[in-house]
Design a protein around this ligand. Sequence first.
Ligand code: AMP
Ligand code: FE
Ligand code: FE
Ligand code: ZN
Length: 283
Amino acid sequence: MSFDLHTHSTCSDGTQSPAELVAEAAGLRPAGLTGLALTDHDTTAGWESALATARRLGISFVRGTEVSCEAGRRTVHLLSYLHRPGDTPLARELERSQTSRLGRAERMVRRLAQDYPISWKQVLDHVRPGATVGRPHIADALVATGAFRHRDEVFAGPLGVRSKYYVPYYAPDPVRMVGLVREAGGVPVLAHGLARHHGGAGLDWIEEMADAGLAGVEVYHREHGPAEVSVLLDLARRRDLLVTGASDYHGTGKQNRMGENLTERDVVERIAEQGATEVYWAN
Ligand code: AMP
Ligand code: FE
Ligand code: FE
Ligand code: ZN
């Protein structure tokens, strides 16, 4: 009885619609997947469609959002499960990040256009209307020009954080955001907190987030090696945090495969107890 608690759809930078994503998850039931969470970046836009598909196909579903935060100059990703989708300080922060991401992507494309055959309009062809815009969409447009083979290659080049084309965007402080998630009835779980390449909070920030009411840490994730897993398990034991595992699946946009890391059902039950919105339990 296992759940994949971190996946993306075309409502942010995944490559499948929420319905397609849930259908793929339902196809993995024979392999032991009993449910999934949809956690698009800074949005709840996919929840309704994902939930409808989950009901139809009989797979459990957890509403979620991966909230972009910034600690110092580092990106931190905070998963919020089961928050109220309405007008809350959390929702207003998500909207602010989304707006900032849009202007930031346009500025990055303007810089890139000096050296690559790419326009803002071409990038928008790769963004579903209303979706949270990110570097992966710019990568898709660059791949379509034939200059690169896949997203990974573009991230290793012009889209990297140290590239001259990189532009930051507004994202809130992760410690404050733990409070805003709780206030919105959400269950805050730190995503890939010790990842080396992106979205790694670092231990000092995690301790502060724990003081602020963090519920759990995503321990089992592709970007954590045995050393990171061991450090996070110790921390979770010491600070009484829930331990999750997830794929961070982005469809064909990343190598992560759905279900490659999982969370046990009893942990999902403890998340459900703390959340303002219900988990859809298929069985
Ligand atoms: P952004 O939020 O716009 O700064 O872009 C970061 C997003 O790009 C993350 O959510 C990742 O899912 C994605 N990403 C980061 N590195 C890679 C990579 N090497 N290949 C594909 N996607 C990536
Ligand atoms: Fe992403
Ligand atoms: Fe992330
Ligand atoms: Zn993610």
